[in-house]
Design a protein around this ligand. Structure first.
Ligand code: MLC
Ligand code: AMP
Length: 516
């Protein structure tokens, strides 16, 4: 198989490449929603032009950030495409974030435009205007809101803004293991090169090859749903069946019309729990892809025996988009459960010891990567950026793994203190910070324990101040009022003391063993 190294087109704008891949028949259906709406390729072209013209009319500075905390809708995707098209920088934000989290992201990124839902306008606009944002628009998942109302007055003709491959297209925040969340700067070139490689590697089929149809059931504020899924479909002119949220029964209902499905492992676990998952339902499917969290070997095997399909597991990060993938083509090798496959074409991946020396095949160490997909750096954090790269330009992923003699990469753990729950990252340090601020709490430790549905969930273990009786349900209620729901530990446990080693460091491994 020949892989094309991304060529430098006249315009490095990612949107120009996505637009160039639209099929000749612009009236064909590009997106079909679960509420029965159909958007043609011409609709995507015109609506993204109108939204881009609206953004341009605001007279924003070069590099202006357009932040969006909106429910999943085709218009939300169009806002992303319009931001690229107009040459600004897209900043997606999880809809679960509460005011403290939003205040941090908006305060740090200083977006010129914030788009939120109508019901959230009051508190989000207050945060945004305090942070210097010039415009706050609303966008609801029923196509109402001020954003579309304003864009309706814009022209549907728009010349794609000229961008260099090295210009920033999006900022994706990744929570920090310590301290502040970092905004990963992804360029047009990072996103396009990765999308082009995946198009070939995963054998995306264009119209003349019997076009693919993707079931899009993931949120669109993370790398997986926003970039991997959407770019893959657009770049191969494939139709998307657009589900506002993941519903296993609805996915199975749509499966006979589809060929590709992408999910985090929890989605596969939930689909397996459906008696309706049969070989007949998946008869037209070409490819099932899993990533964002480890896929349990039991899930991999059960899927194989129930459906006859072998899930293709791949590995990526917000900072790098996709890094490795199990093979699609049989001649490249088998899809091996428990591994994340081979480094993608163009990606250099190595395993190093603690002193940053290369390790022989089969030995476990820190995974480092380099390639056209690797981000430009962290937003306004040059020191942090420098810390995360080696002298020879490799990015330290914080994942721990090994490469076997056949080149398969296996992730065995993380050097970063991170819980991945249902595909969402939860940083214990952040949660502990909130718990320690609650009245009566002396100290706390948040650990991840195995969970049948989410893969891993957080458990908070805490110590009360002398004379205080802590009520776990009140701790949970306080956290729910402050933090995005997926970050709230599923259990709070009060103990007399946290286990510590001779150095005084909390022994999270002891806690994990005790509560798993
Ligand atoms: C929801 N809850 C979660 C949770 N999602 N708790 C822990 N972890 C999660 N992921 C909370 C809910 O708020 C609710 O709390 C309770 O758990 C039960 O929720 P649910 O109804 O079962 O959840 P649901 O809405 O169905 O969402 C589950 C899900 C969702 C798996 C569909 O989490 C999801 O879409 N995950 C995908 C995340 C993703 O796209 N990651 C990609 C990151 S990119 P309460 O208190 O209200 O009862 C990346 C790079 C890469 O990592 O390689 O791709
Ligand atoms: P995020 O910061 O949300 O982009 O999450 C990236 C992290 O998700 C990686 O550093 C890995 O720890 C994890 N991850 C992604 N894909 C996989 C996978 N297939 N198996 C195990 N971990 C994964």
């Amino acid at each position: 198989m020949n892989y094309q190294v991304p060529t430098c087109t006249a315009n490095g704008n990612l949107f120009a490449a996505l637009r160039a891949a639209f099929p000749p028949d612009l009236d064909a259906v590009a997106v079909e929603t679960d509420s029965g709406l159909c958007y043609s390729w011409r609709d995507l072209e015109r609506a993204s032009a109108m939204l881009a013209n609206l953004l341009v009319s605001l007279d924003l500075p070069v590099g202006a950030r357009i932040a969006a905390q909106v429910d999943k809708s085709v218009e939300a995707m169009l806002l992303y495409l319009a931001t690229l098209r107009a040459g600004f920088v897209f900043l997606p934000l999880n809809t679960a974030y509460h005011s403290a989290e939003m205040a941090y992201f908006v305060g740090d990124a200083e977006p010129a435009v914030v788009v939120c839902t109508g019901p959230n306008f009051g508190w989000v606009s207050k945060i945004a205007f305090n942070a210097g944002t010039q415009y706050v628009f609303t966008l609801n998942d029923d196509r109402s809101g001020s954003l579309l109302a304003r864009a309706a007055y814009s022209s549907d003709q728009h010349q794609v803004a000229q961008k260099a491959a090295d210009d920033v297209a999006a900022i994706v925040y990744t929570s920090g293991t310590t301290g502040r969340s970092k905004g990963a700067l992804l360029t047009h070139g990072n996103l396009l090169s990765n999308a082009q490689v995946l198009k070939t590697y995963w054998g995306w089929r264009s119209a003349n090859e019997g076009a693919d149809v993707l079931i899009h059931a993931l949120p669109i504020f993370h790398v997986h749903g926003l970039f991997v899924a959407i770019h893959g479909a657009l770049l191969s002119a494939s139709k998307m069946i657009w589900l506002a949220r993941f519903d296993p029964k609805l996915v199975l209902q749509k499966m006979p019309e589809a060929t590709v499905f992408m999910g985090v492992p929890t989605l596969y676990v939930r689909l397996l729990a459906e008696p309706g998952l049969t070989r007949d339902v998946v008869r037209h499917m070409r490819l099932f892809i899993s990533g964002s969290a480890p896929l349990l070997i039991d899930t991999f095997k059960e899927w194989q025996s129930r459906t006859g399909h072998t899930i293709l597991e791949r590995y990526g990060m917000s900072e790098t988009i996709m890094l490795t993938s199990n093979p699609y083509q049989a001649e490249q090798g088998e899809r091996r459960g428990g591994t994340v496959g081979f480094p993608l074409p163009g990606v250099q991946l190595r395993v190093q010891d603690d002193s940053d020396r290369g390790l022989p095949l089969g030995e476990i160490g820190g995974i480092q990567v380099k390639g056209p997909n690797v981000f430009k750096g962290y937003w306004r954090m040059p020191d942090k950026t420098a810390e995360e790269f080696t002298a020879d330009g490799f990015f330290k992923t914080g994942d721990v793994g090994k490469i076997d003699a056949n080149g398969y990469v296996t992730i065995v753990g993380r050097s970063k203190d991170l819980i991945i729950s249902g595909g969402y990252n939860v940083y214990p340090a952040e949660i502990e910070g909130y718990i320690n601020e609650l009245p009566g709490v002396a100290e706390s430790a948040v650990i991840g324990i195995p969970h049948a549905d989410f893969g891993e969930v957080g458990v908070a273990v805490m110590v009360a101040k002398p004379g205080v009786v802590l009520e776990p349900s009140q701790i949970t209620a306080s956290l729910k009022a402050t933090l995005a729901n997926f970050k709230v530990p599923k259990q709070c446990i009060v103990v007399d003391a946290l286990p510590r080693n001779a150095m005084g460091k909390v022994q999270k491994n002891v806690l994990r063993e005790r509560y798993s």
